[in-house]
Ligand binder design. Sequence first.
Ligand SMILES: Nc1nc2c(c(=O)[nH]1)N[C@H]1C(S)=C(S)[C@@H](COP(=O)(O)O)O[C@H]1N2
Ligand SMILES: [Mo]
Length: 247
Amino acid sequence: MTLLTRRTLVASSALLLPGCDALIENPRARAIAKAAEQATLRGQRLLGQDALAREFSASEISPLFKANGTINPEEPAYQAHAATAFKNWRVKVSGLVKNPLSLSLTDLQNLPARSQITRHDCVEGWSAIGGWSGPPLALLLKAAAVSEAARYAVFLCADTYHSTTRYYESIDLIDAWHPQTILALRLNNAPLDIAHGAPVRLRVERQLGYKHAKYIEEIILTDTLAPYGQGKGGYWEDRGYEWYAGI
Ligand SMILES: Nc1nc2c(c(=O)[nH]1)N[C@H]1C(S)=C(S)[C@@H](COP(=O)(O)O)O[C@H]1N2
Ligand SMILES: [Mo]
């Protein structure tokens, strides 16, 4: 609401109620104008920003899905979780949310899951088709009640991959709410193995492999990427890769 300027109010109410600019001073007219703007936004997202990445059939699944980057986090804390089948693993959702969450694997497993067979493309030049399954990130965002000020979701991982800081990634809220953005718990009908990000990893299907953070421990809603890593929004972004890695 506060983001609406007088100009956009005039523009959207003019569309709805030609010649009635004076009505913008009226709270009911303002509400109608706001609804018109939201409808436009939804319309645009249906046309483009919500476009789905291609999905494949089960017969197209790659016989071998290569694992890349960290394939077995050496950190003692991670190894302790792995030794106990991740029973004490939590995924925290914090930052610009009204209800911070701390979810166990069982909590995540009990949420409705989405299954999708998609192609993973790594910048190193290989691709693989795999079947992923897990709760849509949107369900967590809804439960956490994301604040209007949030612009990004940042994912903090348990591994450090040849550095002293954790692997991390970030996406904007359009990708965060996208129906194919899931917290994958399973690959090809089996619980995620350690090489592919156990116990939970991101799938953000319209972007390249490095965006798909494995070993997720924390999801932070934020209006700035500056405090994380070198401030470029991800482990590989800090080393020169694009932040929006669209395929
Ligand atoms: N935590 C973490 N996530 C990560 C990486 C990593 O090293 N650590 N590597 C990224 C890269 S470059 C790719 S291609 C994919 C590889 O996923 P896979 O091992 O399931 O094939 O994970 C991405 N997510
Ligand atoms: Mo990659």
